[in-house]
Structure formats: C-alpha cells, structure tokens
Ligand binder design. Structure first.
Ligand SMILES: [Zn+2]
Length: 751
C-alpha cells in the first residue's frame, strides 16, 4: 500500500525533533534501564529449524506449499458498477495433511454494512472500509460445484459452503489427499464495487468515463501452511493479504469503448486494439523512450477503438502469481516503453490514465518512472518476472498487485515517482517474496520502503533523492511509548501507528543495520539471498532474521530484539573524561554509559584544542557485559570536545548527553597515588598485598604468586579492577582498605 501516511508522520516528527534538540541540556540520568543479559541473551529463536524451514533461514529439504491455479471469466456492468464472473479453481494440496474442507477469502464482504471491518471503524473514520457508502456491497456466491473427471467424462456437483464475514468454508465430500492431491471447483460470484474500496480498489468518475480499478474481486484461496495450517484471518481493512501462487487465465468482458489493463500478458491484442494501436504497441516494445498508444486527444475519437458494438472480451495470462487485478475505462490515455532486464529478457512498462492526469509534470512520466524503477530493482535484487508492468491512475492512493499497480490520479512530479516506485517495489515484497501481510506488515511495507530509499538515489542521477534521515530527530518518535512493537499484526496497531511501524521504523532499522552494523555489501548480499531463497514462497520473520544472520555471519539477536520484537529506546551518553596523571600529553580516559534498553555500536568524534578531528568506533559488543564503559584516547593535547553519534545515524532519544565540552562538562581529576601505596595484610586471609604507583595506575601484587592487578580510580578513596571484579575502599587516613570481591569483604591494614 502507499506511504502517504509517512509524509504526514515525517512532518510531525520533524517538529517533534526540533523541539527536543532545542531542549535544555540535561545531566545524564545516572540510573540506567539497560540490562545487557536481556539485550544479548542467546535463544532469540523460540523454535529450532525444521525439515520444512531450515535453521539457516532457507526453505528446508521438505519445504512444501500448495498451489492455486485460476481460470477467471468476468463481465463488467458499467452502469451498476457490478462485476460478475465464474471461477474455475484447480487447487493442489502439496501438504502432508488430508484436507476435508477448504477456506477461501471473499474480501468484498468487508463492504457489507455489518462486516467486522465496518463495525470496528472508529467514529472519526478510517482509511479502511468504504467510507460509509450506502450500497449493496459484498460477494454474492451463487454456487460452488465440484468438477470431477471420470475417465474423460466431466460431472459437476454442488458443494456445501458457509460464509463467515470475509471467509468462506467449503466442505468436501471426500478428503483431498495429501502430497499432490488435486481438486477442481467452479464458483459463480458477483459484487457491486464500492466507489472507495479500503483505498485498494474502487470507481473514479472522470470527464471521459469511470475508471474501474478492480481487486479483491474473485474468491481467493487462503494459504494452508506449516505455521498455522489454514490462514483464515478476516479482512478487517488494515491487514493486507496472504495468497497462494499459481497460473492465471483471465477473460474480462467490458463495454467496447473501454480499454482494459490487467496483470499479465494480453493474448488477443488484435481483437481489442486498432491496427494503428497494434503498430504502436510493437514500437513501444522496442523503445526505451515512452511511445504513445492512445493520446489524450484520441480518447474521445471513435476510431481509437476497434469497430464493435456492445462488448469486447480481453484475454490475459500470468504465471506464478499470487493474484490478478485489472482496470477498465473509456477514459484511458495509454503509453508504454520497453523494460530491459539483466538476463537480456524484456518486459513492457505501460501507463493508463485519464486525460486530466496527462502532461510531463504528471502521468506523462509514469512510464519512465515504471521502467526505471523495475530495471533498477531487477539489477539490485532479483529479475522482474512478469511480461508487463502497468501503472493505472485511480482513486486508490497507491496499491500493488502482481504486474499492475493503482496510483493516485492526482499525483504529480516527485509524489508520482514516489508512489509509482513504492508500488512497483512491492513486486519484490510481497509479490515475489510471498510473506504473510495480514500478520507482518513490516515484511512487505518495511522491506519495500527500505529498497525505495536506495531506488530514490538511483533514479535519474538522484532527481528525487531523499536526504538521509536524522535518526536522533526521529528516534524518540519511533520508540515512543504510544507505539506497539513492529512485530504486532497491523490489525492490532492503532491506525495512526501503521505508517511509523509498518513502513518507517522497519525501513530505517534496516538502513541502520546496513550502514552502521553490517556494511552495504554484506547486507545487500544477505537481502539478495533472502529474496532468491524465498522467491514465490512463504517466509516467516524467523526465515528473514536467520537468513540475514547466516549470510552475514553475525548474531543480531540484540538488534531484532530491540528494534523489531520490542519497542526499546536508545540513549547513549558521555559521562566524563580524565587525563592520565592529569596530563593531556598522556592521553585521556573517556567514560560512556548506555542508559536505555537498546544497544548500538558507538561512534565518537574527538576534537582537540589545536583543531584536529578524529573518529572512534566501538563495536556493539562493548555493551554485551557492561552498562558503562571506559576507553583510552591516545590524544597528546587537551580535548576541546567529544561528540557521540556525530552524524545522527542512531535513534538516540536523548542527544543532550551526547557531547562533552571542555570547560562545561565533567573533567575528572586523577588522585595522587602516593598516599595509597605500601604493603598491606589481612587477619582474615593469609595474603599480603603490595600496592605501587605504576604510571598513574595503582597496581596490587599479592604475595601468593598470583599475577598483579591494575586498579583504576572509581570515586573517593575507591579503586576497582574491572577485570577481576575487585574493589578497594580506603579509609580516610589510608591506614586500611576493605577489599570487596564476590560479595565478600576482607579488611587489609597497612603493615
Ligand atoms: Zn506499500
């Protein structure tokens, strides 16, 4: 679906971010919420790999999925806004289970007045549903018949079925056998299209006729898988789709003055286009520049349609697809251009729009956008699999289907590029990689929004490139307490949270993982392999996480856990620095702290008094067993400032503790060690310890042959060895100290 929501969200976060940046600088909160064992604990996966889904994230040796092949015949009644049709479904049960019933989606039932989806629309309205249109909506199913082939003799018999909201259960007279059993059904269906169909289909009035954008239009198989068995969650509006793959043969009968565009390849061009238009189609198939098939001026001319009375039937085919959608209108201006694919194969970019949308500022560039977008994604990730790619101007804000997308007819310039690129980006997620959208919106919207970021840089030398996001600005918003975790099903998110949680947070998280953790080459390789492994299959979130980890070789449980599974915040801070022996020429010790529950690597920029600037990078592992951390800078002069996350690449919710500034922030004085050195012994244990000053470090050497320990100053009269977990606390006169270790205390007195 489209990302218009995001634009609003970005504007909001921009203003939120500005406020927080202008907030008064506050001292670091010394109470940390961070728990390194929560953040890094092993056992991220609740299930082990199986023979169906390998622990490495690839489909296992016994991976299976069912198949749904459709023959669809539909008639469009322009006056009644009605689509009626017949479906011949061939369903193949590759699962190891016998099936005594089937579940299908009858999604048009969302638009019945009493549907669950309509009844959960809040008083203030919703993007979902039909915006309160009063009409006779919903799927009408006249019959479902089982087609049997008894030695070449076909018989049909009625099957019992029950419709429950947007699902339909079909009871089989005999169980469908496992491991390849096939069944053939004939279904008679019809529905009246809503004008506004949950922003995914509908009817738009234009000056030259209605534009019908037709989707969720025929009963579609629910997926039966190894995760849930039947995936029969209702269509409530927010959660999109989860569909089986198969081959489609589609015949659409529309008024003869209409042009029909659809998923797949048109088989009978000579019957539905004029001779001149067929010539132009051939030209377009050879052309990198957009070729007009039917101009705005020609739309009203009778000779721009073949001589026919009544209706024409359009025949399309598409293979290995999870769905088919189409659009029909008398108003369509048409243009097209060739798409060049990496293997040498060609596809065809097509745009269909009303003359109101024409022009170089608007849909006149749609074909150029479509071609460029698909060529780029094919190069970067996986080759585009369909013979055509159609962009249709409709009253849906932006919606994706295999080989066809519906975009806002009013969109122009950068917005039209953005929505076109986004909807065709969905070819890869979820059309090629067939994840479960109804449960995991981030797996399609998030991954797609991520590849859109790269695409915007690639298009036409960055004509519409978006500037890198200031993560400190959006960090507080993206981890705000009003947000659910990304892993929440979209139907379980507040409607206003779907933009941030399905699109923005996962895509920016993946960008962060790519740029700051794995590096672009390693990340891109892992994502490519994920797409290859799961092309035309059904991955789960674990299959994604496991693939990225296995290909990159990194255990990323801390990242998935903080950003995807939980809604954890990040707050890194600099607490203080000190010069060794209080002399800047000896270098400095910098103390940093992790205050919130999320861990991230550390990037610091150090400026010295003479103006020299350098960067320090620490891996995320500094937080694997520490809440705070101290490290040495080999500077030779006074430090002017140190800045954590200088490029704002991490979602730090409290940037006010990210800067240490000379003269303003805490400079710790190292105590003179003279008063502490000497020989000490204890009555409780037979060990003598000699403390010496070695280059500013207090070193304790026991007389029992064990190695010496370095102690660093840790407050008034206190020294610690982090390595050994020993703390020495001296008394005021330094005549004795208590050694605390492992919960025990031993008193040592000066000899
Ligand atoms: Zn989308």
């Amino acid at each position: 679906m489209n990302k218009q929501i995001i634009t609003i969200v970005s504007l909001l976060t921009f203003s939120i971010g500005t406020t927080s940046l202008q907030a008064q600088s506050q001292p670091a909160n010394s109470v940390s919420k961070y728990s390194y064992y929560d953040a890094f604990s092993p056992g991220f996966y609740s299930k082990n790999g199986t023979e169906i889904r390998s622990a490495s994230g690839q489909p296992g040796a016994k991976y299976w999925q069912n198949k749904a092949d459709y023959q669809l015949m539909a008639i469009l009644d322009e006056k009644k806004n009605e689509v009626s049709g017949t479906e011949i479904l061939t369903y193949t049960n590759n699962s190891p289970d016998k099936l005594s019933f089937l579940w299908m989606n009858v999604d048009q039932n969302l638009f019945k007045n009493d549907s669950r989806g309509e009844l959960i629309v809040s008083v203030s309205g919703s993007r979902n549903g039909d915006k309160g249109q009063v009409f006779d909506g919903g799927h009408k199913i006249k019959f479902i018949k089982l087609i049997s082939d008894q030695n070449g003799k076909f018989t049909e018999r009625d099957l019992k079925f029950e419709i429950i909201d947007t699902r339909m259960q079909i009871f089989l007279p005999e169980e469908l056998r496992p491991n390849g059993g096939k069944i053939k059904l004939k279904i008679d269906f019809s529905f009246i299209s809503p004008n506004y169909g949950s922003d995914r289909m509908g009817v738009l009035e234009t000056k030259n006729g209605k534009i019908f954008s037709v989707a969720q239009w025929y009963p579609r198989m629910c997926v039966y898988d190894d995760i849930k068995g039947w995936n029969s969650l209702p269509y409530l509006g927010a959660g999109e789709f989860y569909l089986e793959y198969g081959d489609f043969d589609v015949k659409i009968t529309a008024p003869s003055n209409h042009i029909v565009v659809s998923s797949g390849e048109l088989i009978n061009s000579e019957q539905v286009y004029t001779a001149e238009q067929q010539k132009r189609w051939k030209l377009a198939a050879q052309s990198d520049k957009t070729v007009t098939i039917r101009s705005a001026e020609e739309v009203l001319k009778q000779d721009s349609r073949p001589a026919a009375t009544g209706t024409l039937t359009w025949h399309f085919k598409i293979k290995n697809s999870r769905d088919v959608s189409w659009a029909s209108s008398s108003s369509f201006v048409l243009d097209a251009a060739k798409i060049n694919l990496p293997s040498g194969k060609k596809s065809l970019a097509i745009s269909a729009y009303p003359s109101e949308s024409a022009g170089q500022e608007a849909w006149g560039r749609s074909t150029e956008y479509t071609k460029s977008s698909i060529e780029n994604y094919s190069k970067r990730w996986f080759e585009y699999p369909y013979p055509t790619a159609v962009n249709v101007a409709t009253n849906a804000g932006g919606m994706e289907y295999p080989g066809i997308v519906f975009c806002d007819w009013k969109a122009t310039g950068e917005d039209l590029w953005g929505v076109t690129d986004h909807e065709f980006g969905h070819t890869w997620f979820p059309m090629i990689v067939g994840s479960n959208e109804r449960l995991f919106a981030w797996m399609d919207e998030g991954l797609n929004s991520f590849v859109n970021i790269l695409s915007s840089y690639d298009f036409n030398n960055g004509e519409y490139k978006v500037n890198p996001r200031d993560m400190q600005r959006v960090g507080g918003f993206l981890t705000g307490t009003d947000l659910e975790p990304i892993m929440t099903a979209p139907d379980g998110m507040k409607e206003q949270n779907i933009g941030p949680l399905a699109y923005m947070k996962p895509s920016l998280g993946l960008k962060m993982l790519r740029d700051q953790v794995l590096g672009s080459e390693r990340f891109d390789r892992a994502l490519r392999i994920y797409v290859e492994r799961w092309a035309f299959k059904h991955p789960t979130p674990d299959d994604f996480f496991r693939t990225i980890e296995n290909v990159s070789g990194e255990d990323l449980n801390w990242f998935w856990r903080g950003w995807f599974v939980n809604n954890w915040k990040l707050d890194q801070g600099i607490t203080k620095i000190k010069y060794l022996k209080n002399n800047p020429a000896n270098g400095a010790l910098v103390s940093i702290v992790n205050l919130e529950k999320m861990a991230m690597p550390v990037i610091l920029e150090v400026k010295t008094k003479s103006g020299a600037v350098s960067r320090v990078k620490l891996p995320v592992e500094v937080w694997q067993r520490n809440i705070d951390w101290k490290f040495k800078l080999d500077t030779k002069e006074e430090i002017a400032s140190i800045t954590l996350d200088p490029d704002h690449v991490f979602p730090d919710v409290n940037p006010s503790n990210n800067v240490w500034e000379n003269g303003k922030s805490e400079l710790e004085k190292e105590p003179s060690l003279t008063a502490y050195v000497g020989k000490f012994s204890s009555k409780q244990i037979p060990i003598k310890i000699t403390l010496t000053d070695e280059d500013g470090l207090l070193v304790g050497t026991p007389n029992n042959g064990q190695g010496a320990l370095n102690f660093e100053s840790a407050g008034k009269d206190k020294f610690v060895s982090v390595r050994a977990g020993v703390e020495l606390q001296f008394n005021e006169s330094k005549s004795e100290f208590t050694a605390n270790m492992g919960g025990q205390s031993f008193l040592f007195t000066r000899n």
